[in-house]
Design a protein around this ligand. Structure first.
Ligand SMILES: Cc1cc2nc3c(=O)[nH]c(=O)nc-3n(C[C@H](O)[C@H](O)[C@H](O)COP(=O)(O)OP(=O)(O)OC[C@H]3O[C@@H](n4cnc5c(N)ncnc54)[C@H](O)[C@@H]3O)c2cc1C
Length: 442
């Protein structure tokens, strides 16, 4: 028996989740449930694995278990940029690098297409809109990075448009940015509404249990015998178990010393009054990613509320400490917000929160079988909406014996290498250096 040694402990500070209508009481795992598949984790990956298993095997009984309310997890704490390509594209003029970048974009777009179709087919109200994303520069270094980014996009025939300082002001309602690049194929979404909608519209052969933290697992390598997972009030047994548990997967006895457990932080203002919104002008809804990767992301959110979200900084936390560094994060967010909108210094943040990101040192994902009939999909970096979704979908297809070009590409990817010793110190030094280099883009 394995006692699960690392458990998420999220507080109730996630603005996206707090803005939702009051949720119905959760179905909690009680008694002894037997089924064909157990999926642990109701983030992007777990929701995708579960739905795809149910689609491919409608006669199977599938159980999805989460330790919290779905939407209060990292998936529901994200900034809601459903992006098709990262801003540090490695596409240079070399043919192989171009192919890697194009394949990665195609993979992400396959995830976004499937997600968009699912949202539409199930009428999920989550403000899923193809607004694209703006990469915006506030420093000369940032401007240079945008130029390089534009060259990379040219080399793989991706479309984009450039904005000068006046155009940035017209769109963003701040004169903080000197240039921007708009890439049109990404979506913006209310992430907590999306994952809740995905969880509540599962096919009939799925049962979703929430507030059911799995604290013990009995793995059985004999294929005739099931694996059993236990929570405080019940247990579930199935011959196939999928872990879609982000960095908490280490607590299930896998990937020791391979994941880098980070927290990144977001803050959201209270609702702006019409007068405050008019004070700054700009478009009613948009998403900005800083030209420097360590800079601040911004979302202007119109519907259903008129708010501004800022996200920046990373902290290292082995034990998922989402509380003790929150005040520090909120202070950093406040500085970023007031620099951009000095006209809104009197508008307070209503919510500040942290959420888990698990990275690997070489950026490679965990995908596939971890031990006999136990599968995992972990490490989606900051592209969790697209990558978490597509890797979850492909993992279900792999379990079901399907074959496709995308699945083969996913299986051919590398796997996380071993983290360096003194990981926490390394992360702190790296994060500090990157903040200094990002300068005004933080
Ligand atoms: C502030 C912030 C902003 C971000 N912005 C973006 C963005 O704009 N775009 C983007 O694409 N990505 C973004 N990300 C990254 C994205 O949120 C993650 O990559 C994504 O959530 C990972 O998905 P996942 O399904 O692997 O894990 P998670 O979403 O973390 O889901 C894992 C689930 O496993 C459950 N779990 C873990 N252990 C147990 C257990 N023992 N028992 C039961 N359940 C368990 C957890 O409760 C959780 O619900 C952001 C992240 C943060 C924190």
């Amino acid at each position: 028996m394995t006692s699960v040694s690392l458990l998420p402990q999220y507080d109730h500070s996630n603005g996206w989740h707090e803005m939702l209508d009051t949720l119905p009481e959760p179905a909690v795992l009680t008694g002894d449930v037997t089924c064909d598949y157990i999926v642990i984790g109701g983030g992007y990956s777990g929701l995708a694995v579960t739905r795809r298993l149910a689609e491919l095997d409608p006669s199977a009984r599938i159980v999805l278990i989460d330790g919290d309310r779905i939407g209060n997890n990292a998936a529901g704490r994200s900034s809601g940029f459903a992006i098709d390509h990262a801003h540090n594209l490695r596409a240079k003029s070399f043919a192989d690098a171009k192919k890697v970048a194009q394949d990665a974009i195609a993979m992400n777009r396959a995830g976004l297409d499937w997600l968009g179709d699912t949202i539409e087919a199930n009428h999920i109200d989550c403000q899923w809109v193809q607004e694209g994303k703006y990469h915006a520069a506030a420093t000369t270094r940032g401007e240079r990075m945008l130029e390089q980014f534009a060259e990379s996009l040219d080399s793989i025939d991706e479309d984009y448009s450039l904005l000068d300082a006046d155009q940035c002001h017209d769109v963003f309602g701040t004169s903080y940015y000197s240039r921007a690049l708009h890439a049109p194929h990404s979506f913006l979404v209310q992430p907590a509404a999306m994952v809740r909608g995905l969880a509540t519209t599962m096919p009939d052969n799925v049962t979703v249990y929430e507030d059911s933290m799995v604290t013990e697992v009995v793995y059985d390598d004999d294929p005739r015998k099931p694996h059993t997972v236990r929570s405080e009030r019940g247990s579930a047994s199935a011959p196939t178990l999928v872990l879609a548990t982000n960095g908490f997967t280490e607590g299930f006895g896998f990937l020791a010393k391979q994941l880098i457990p980070l927290i990144t932080w977001g803050s959201m203002t209270r609702e702006l009054t019409d007068a405050e919104a008019n004070r700054i002008g700009g478009h009613a809804s948009y998403g900005i990613i800083a030209a420097h990767p360590a800079g601040t992301s911004v979302r202007r959110v119109t519907s259903p509320n008129n708010r501004i979200l800022v996200r920046n900084i990373f902290s290292f936390s082995k034990n998922s400490d989402f509380v003790s560094r929150k005040a520090w994060a909120a202070k950093t967010h406040r500085r970023a917000f007031e620099r951009r909108w000095p006209q809104l210094v009197d508008v307070p943040f209503e919510h500040s929160w942290g959420g888990a990101l698990s990275l690997s040192r070489n950026g490679e994902p965990v995908f596939g079988e971890l031990r006999p009939s136990v599968y995992g999909t972990v490490v989606h970096n900051g592209v969790g909406i697209a990558r978490g979704t597509i890797s979850g979908k492909l993992l279900a297809e792999m379990i079901m014996g399907e074959d496709s070009e995308l699945l083969r590409q996913m299986q051919a990817k590398g796997r996380p290498n071993t983290a360096l010793p003194f990981q926490d110190l390394g992360v702190r030094i790296n994060a500090r250096a990157r903040r200094i280099i990002a300068g005004r883009e933080e």
